[in-house]
Ligand binder design. Structure first.
Ligand code: FAD
Length: 432
């Protein structure tokens, strides 16, 4: 089949990879001049999520204070945002959390296998570093992490629960004063550079052929026509004066993997997904003192701030801002932006003082989509020739290869190797 994939982030490129592997001809349409310029660029580095990484469950936004939960609530956020928080809040209940993580887990394992296969084939170097150390501040927060630790044991995820002294003995850069509650070490999990990985996969697809990248082209609308589908391209700057004709590309199927841009395209077709855009922040800071720098990634488990090492720099990601969905395209305002970046700087100082030169850090902000039940939306929607792959929240880098394989299987009429309840929990129509 001829398939158009809208979006050249990790989700779109991974989907193109699997569609090509399944024998389809693929065209990726990306509005930027190159791939990996959206949320994929801002990633925190964690490859595959554990129950401690997902953005739902007992610890996620458990406190109302920004400084404690790591999410800045922008004053005046609207009713839809409140409803979104309420729905996510239902997953703070340990049994609901366990059930929902149980539905996601087969996709995580499928992604692990698919990623291992890609790496074995191409031997890619993307600044991989082994080891993640999640750190928890207070005894109360430690209590709240217990349901996640139960899931780690239940699913036999390799990990070690460490006392503060053991954390510091393992990772010399972690300070022990003031006291903190403890840590969880994943020595087999990894961090990596998601935009670099995405670009390397694009290069392999360029070399092998079968995937065309239309860069610098924005899709303005999707058309669904009987057994065919098509996309309309927005006029390029300067071209509107010359022609009123709309550029249309026809195909047998369209996959929407356009991150935040997906919502408007789908809404125009009548599909309103209740995914919420969160503005996220990263700092890329030079290492200040090598002897103070960590050799594994450090994660502030409750604030969900990840600090990963990439050669001679530290990437610090988090500082989510929750605001009304309609405000997401407007500037945040200096005070809120400052507050979000301050959370990143403070977490770095709290856990690994002296490691990073925050004053010299490169700031970045962007948007990631989170669903009110914490799971992405992957599968067929609205029309037999329309597929979506969006809303991966905090884990789109890791889940991309399992998600892309799922889309390719569904589009090719193959039975996906995932349980029915996982497939149902990922479908777009679950929100109806
Ligand atoms: C700060 C931060 C930290 C994160 N940390 C991690 C982590 O540690 N581990 C992890 O697994 N995940 C992490 N994530 C999440 C992960 O980065 C995202 O889930 C993932 O990158 C989403 O990929 P995507 O391809 O769906 O979206 P994007 O990367 O946003 O790509 C969508 C693409 O579609 C294009 N597009 C949009 N509309 C159109 C249109 N109309 N026409 C043409 N092109 C269009 C955009 O230009 C963009 O390039 C993090 C995200 C952020 C922001």
């Amino acid at each position: 089949m001829d398939v158009i994939v809208i979006g050249g982030g990790i989700a779109g490129v991974a989907t193109a990879y699997h569609l090509r592997a399944a024998g389809h001809r693929v065209c990726v349409v990306e509005r930027h001049a190159t791939v990996a310029q959206g949320a994929t660029y801002g990633h925190g580095g964690t490859v595959l999520p554990t129950p401690l990484d997902v953005w739902f469950g007992p610890t996620f936004m458990a406190s109302r204070q920004n400084a404690k939960n790591g999410v800045v609530n922008r004053i005046g956020f609207n009713g839809a945002a409140r409803q979104f928080v309420k729905q996510l809040g239902a997953l703070q209940e340990p049994d609901a959390f366990a059930r929902q993580f149980g539905r996601l887990r087969p996709l995580i394992e499928a992604s692990r296998d698919a990623l291992a296969d890609v790496e074995a084939r191409f031997g890619l170097e993307f600044e991989q570093v082994s080891g993640l150390l999640h750190l928890v501040r207070s005894e109360q927060e430690w209590e709240q992490t217990q349901p996640a630790l139960d899931l780690l044991r239940q699913y036999e995820v390799p990990h070690q629960v460490l006392t503060p002294d053991e954390c510091a003995a393992f990772e010399h850069s972690v300070r022990t004063e003031p006291e903190f509650a403890g840590g969880v070490l994943f020595d087999q999990e990894r961090t990596g550079n998601s935009p670099l990985f995405t670009k390397l996969i694009k290069q392999t697809l360029d070399t092998q052929g079968g995937v065309q990248f239309m860069l610098g082209s924005e899709v303005s609308a999707i058309r669904l026509e009987g057994q065919r589908a098509a996309v309309e391209l927005a006029p390029r700057p300067g071209s509107a004066a010359r022609s009123r004709e709309v550029d249309v590309i026809h195909a047998d199927a369209v996959v929407v993997a356009a991150g935040h841009g997906s919502l408007a395209l789908l809404e125009r077709l009548g599909l309103r997904l209740p995914l919420h855009p969160l503005r996220m922040h990263t700092l890329v800071a030079p290492i200040a003192h090598e002897e103070c720098a960590p050799h594994v990634a450090i994660v502030d488990a409750v604030k969900r701030i990840g600090i990963s090492r990439m050669n001679h720099r530290l990437r610090i990601a988090g500082g989510a801002v929750l605001q009304g969905a309609g405000q997401i395209d407007k500037p945040l305002g200096e005070a809120v932006t400052k507050e979000a970046f301050a959370l990143l700087g403070q977490a770095t100082h709290d856990w690994i003082p002296g490691a990073a030169r925050i004053s010299a850090a490169m700031p970045w902000e962007g948007v990631k989509l989170l669903s009110p039940d914490g799971l992405p939306v992957i599968g067929n929607a609205l029309h037999p020739r329309l597929f979506v792959n969006v809303g991966h929240g905090p884990a789109g880098w890791g889940l991309a290869y399992g998600a892309g394989k799922l889309v390719a299987d569904l589009l090719s009429g193959q039975s996906p190797n995932l349980p029915d309840d996982t497939l149902a929990a990922l479908r777009a129509d679950r929100f109806q």
